[in-house]
Design a protein around this ligand. Structure first.
Ligand code: ADP
Length: 302
């Protein structure tokens, strides 16, 4: 992945997650302007696209400008968008995203959000020196992008890299993917909020749980530690399969103060062979945005 210089990245990008939708104007590979709005998880595809369009307009996007779009969920090879966790984006199944974006906003390249971030980190960030690299986002859910020998692992149905749907010994609930006891269901923001509710703390989100943990509240620290331990075990499992040498953590939970240290502490329970280097995504919250635009420009240049 050395075929595009970061300084060649000029255009726009969108990142639609389970909690927030972000859009950016990018110049020379740097996010120079950004807008955010909350994602409505129940909104239909037209409303999700309209939300992206409204934010892009604020940034001065015009039809024809380069545009990469990263979304939670899988994009299959025919360009259709499907939620994998239907508890997060409940109305997204079989959405012809590329065609719809083209009709409403303009030509765009669409890919999974964590896959986009993995591309950015592998090209320009924490994975640049790696042969076997994983980007893991701990956000509303838990997602991933796997870059092996400088290629993003991909497949026809777009499911490759959805590492949050691996089973976890720390989990016991049914996940919105339909699988039982997944990493996402215990380690992601929705799982953390559900764990807080089970402790009798109704109506609070993962950010509030982190605040309570920072405030020394034991119930909250335990929830955060369990999330970190589930992610650490996932990293050990992925390393057994892929021989990972480097893992970058992203997402608002992955980047939250102290979280990576907790993952690293839990990793010390693993034998050394199963412990890759763990770092923060060096492009931070910009990673999916930069990766989406990079994917678009690389495709255009083919
Ligand atoms: P998305 O999933 O939409 O890409 P994020 O990466 O921001 O969005 O992840 C959203 C999750 O992160 C929510 O569960 C939210 O409560 C949690 N969150 C947001 N900010 C923080 C923070 N500073 N510390 C811990 N958790 C956070």
């Amino acid at each position: 992945m050395t075929d595009i210089a970061r300084t060649a990245l000029k255009g726009f990008a969108a990142d639609l997650g389970g909690t927030k939708t972000a859009v950016a104007r990018i110049e020379k590979g740097i996010v120079v302007d950004r807008r955010l709005s909350p994602t409505d998880g129940a909104a239909d595809p037209a409303a999700q696209i309209a939300a992206i369009e409204a934010l892009l307009k604020e940034l001065g996007h015009t039809r024809g400008a380069p545009l990469g779009v990263a979304v939670a969920g899988r994009i299959d090879r025919s360009g259709k968008w499907h939620a994998v966790n239907t508890g997060t984006l409940s109305a997204i199944q079989d959405v012809d995203l590329t065609t719809e974006l083209n009709r409403t906003i303009g030509a765009a390249t669409c890919l999974n959000d964590a896959g986009a971030a993995a591309v950015a980190e592998a090209l320009f960030g924490a994975g640049a020196e790696s042969d076997s690299f994983a980007y893991i986002t701990v956000s509303t859910g838990v997602g991933g992008g796997l870059v092996i020998n400088k290629r993003l692992l991909s497949c026809a149905n777009g499911l490759a890299g959805h590492v949050g749907f691996v089973s976890s010994r720390f989990a016991d609930a049914v996940c919105g993917s339909g699988r039982q006891a997944t990493v996402e269901s215990i380690a992601g923001g929705r799982g953390i909020a559900a764990a807080a509710a089970a402790f009798g703390k109704q109506g609070i989100d993962a950010r509030n749980v982190f605040e309570a943990a920072a405030d020394g509240q034991d119930w909250a620290s335990r929830i955060v530690t369990t999330s970190a331990r589930a992610v650490a075990t996932l990293i050990g499992d992925l390393t057994a399969i892929l021989g990972l040498d480097t893992v970058a953590l992203g997402g608002s939970i992955g980047l939250a103060p102290g979280y990576l240290d907790k993952v690293a502490a839990a990793m010390r329970e693993e034998p050394e062979l199963f412990r890759p280097k763990i770092v923060h995504a060096s492009l931070g919250h910009g990673a999916p945005l930069i990766g989406a635009l990079a994917a678009h420009l690389r495709k255009e240049s083919v």
